[in-house]
Ligand binder design. Structure first.
Ligand code: NAI
Ligand SMILES: C[C@@H](CO)CCC[C@@H](C)[C@H]1CC[C@H]2[C@@H]3[C@H](O)CC4=CC(=O)CC[C@]4(C)[C@H]3CC[C@]12C
Length: 369
């Protein structure tokens, strides 16, 4: 008893802890981090599920706050040993302005770094994205690449631009002296497309399929591979990095790691069918049903409609030129850097990740009826 009380000494802060990934990180920390004394969860919108966590042995502190507000961030960071910064605006559909995306993703990250420096927090884990690398605006394939694969990372869209700038800030902050004189140790994790329980876009595709009588229509050639990783494994990587940063600061500080697991390489649509198929949906066509030029035309039309309708309503469909380019460009990773640097092995096999995700989609279906 005395031993476990002594071992429980660490205070962690998870920003964006009520988001899709953030919730998994929070739950994973509570399950897998025995050294935890207090877990602070900082988010613009706090979820009601946090209440159930407050009865466990770890003190769970929910903080409603905004990363763009430096004083709110500093107050939340003060006294934390580790910050896991997952909060961000994930918008590739034109729902929010480029300025707001920049403000949350870049200025928010700057505020987190400054708060660490000012309050003496030494370990910062940043959730970056594969989008920091690509696909680029030229649509060049990135086939089974790793962290050292040369690739022309050129972006125009506000989301990847903001993630790239924020990642750069985090990596440049590695080694800065924090209050007390010790160096800050930072690193960035770059998930590919995350899937699993709570994935909003999977839910959207599922509902779209139901509306279309149980069918989805192939739009992307099956040969275009899109990297995907299970949310539980992404969360597990965050927990491991947060744990190991202190012991392997020289090796891991300032490094980037793709998030990977054993999920198969498939096209975006074929991969989704791994879950939606067992839930009764069918992907129609072995080839795209519409020619690419027509899809591109429809995507451009959606942008025009979004602009025209803006004064009346928010029209933000899944298809736009950016999402089409994303889905239509091969981007897959193959790396073992996380295993070599901090002993990462996926916690969930592909079979388990698939089963869990299918169960979740089925539960979504149940709750929709
Ligand atoms: N979903 C994906 O496929 C991928 C996501 N990522 C990154 O992972 C992180 C988490 O993404 P998701 O969980 O998918 O998104 P999400 O939208 O589900 O979660 C983001 C969380 O951040 C919070 N947040 C947003 N603005 C905030 C603000 N101003 N102050 C405080 N909290 C704020 C939201 O309330 C939300 O709970 C993001 O940084 C994203 O860029 C990276 C790669 C892939
Ligand atoms: C053309 C449509 C026909 O069915 C398919 C459109 C699918 C798109 C909505 C998705 C294709 C690729 C996705 C992105 C990708 O997985 C990488 C991402 C990383 C992030 O950091 C955030 C999410 C996302 C941008 C993800 C968003 C949805 C897609 C564009």
């Amino acid at each position: 008893m005395a031993d476990s009380a002594q071992a429980q000494k660490l205070v962690y802060l998870v920003t964006g802890g009520c988001g899709f990934l953030g919730e998994h990180v929070v739950r994973m920390l509570l399950q897998q981090e025995p050294q935890l004394r207090e877990l602070r969860i900082f988010d613009l919108h706090l979820g009601p599920w946090l209440e159930e966590l407050k009865t466990g042995p770890v003190q769970v502190t929910a903080i409603q706050g905004d990363v763009t507000q430096a004083h709110e961030v500093a107050a939340a960071v003060a006294g934390a040993h580790v910050v896991i910064h997952t909060a961000g605006l994930v918008d590739v559909f034109g729902k929010t302005s480029p300025e707001t995306i920049h403000e949350v993703n870049v200025q928010g990250t700057r505020n987190v770094i400054e708060a660490c420096v000012q309050t003496g927090t030494r370990f910062l884990v940043y959730t970056s994205s594969m989008e920091v690398v690509g696909p680029n605006i030229k649509g060049q394939p990135f086939y089974r690449g790793n962290e050292n694969t040369p690739y022309e990372a050129v972006h125009r869209h506000p989301y990847p631009c903001s993630k790239a700038l924020a990642e750069q800030l985090v990596l440049e902050a590695n080694g800065r002296k924090v209050l007390g004189g010790l160096p800050l140790v930072t690193c960035a994790l770059r998930p590919t497309g995350i899937y699993g329980e709570g994935h909003q876009i999977m839910r959207d595709f599922y509902h779209q399929g139901l509306r279309l009588g149980g069918r989805l229509f192939r739009a992307i050639p099956a040969s275009v591979e899109h990297g995907r990783v299970y949310v539980g494994n992404v969360a597990w990587m965050h927990v491991l990095v947060a744990r190991e940063l202190e012991h392997r600061a020289a090796l891991m500080g300032g490094q980037v790691y793709f998030c990977y697991d054993n999920s198969p390489y498939k096209s975006y649509e074929d991969f989704n069918m791994e879950f939606l198929g067992p839930c009764g949906l069918r992907l129609v066509g072995t080839r795209p049903l519409l020619p690419y030029w027509l899809l591109l035309f429809l995507a451009a039309l959606n942008v025009l409609l979004q602009w025209l309708l803006r004064p009346l309503l928010l029209y933000a469909p899944l298809l736009n030129p950016y999402t089409l380019a994303m889905a239509n460009t091969t981007f897959t990773v193959s790396t073992d850097k996380a295993r070599r640097h901090f002993g990462y092995e996926p916690l969930f096999s592909w079979e388990e990740s698939r089963t869990r995700t299918i169960r979740w989609v089925q539960a979504v279906e149940g709750s929709a009826q």
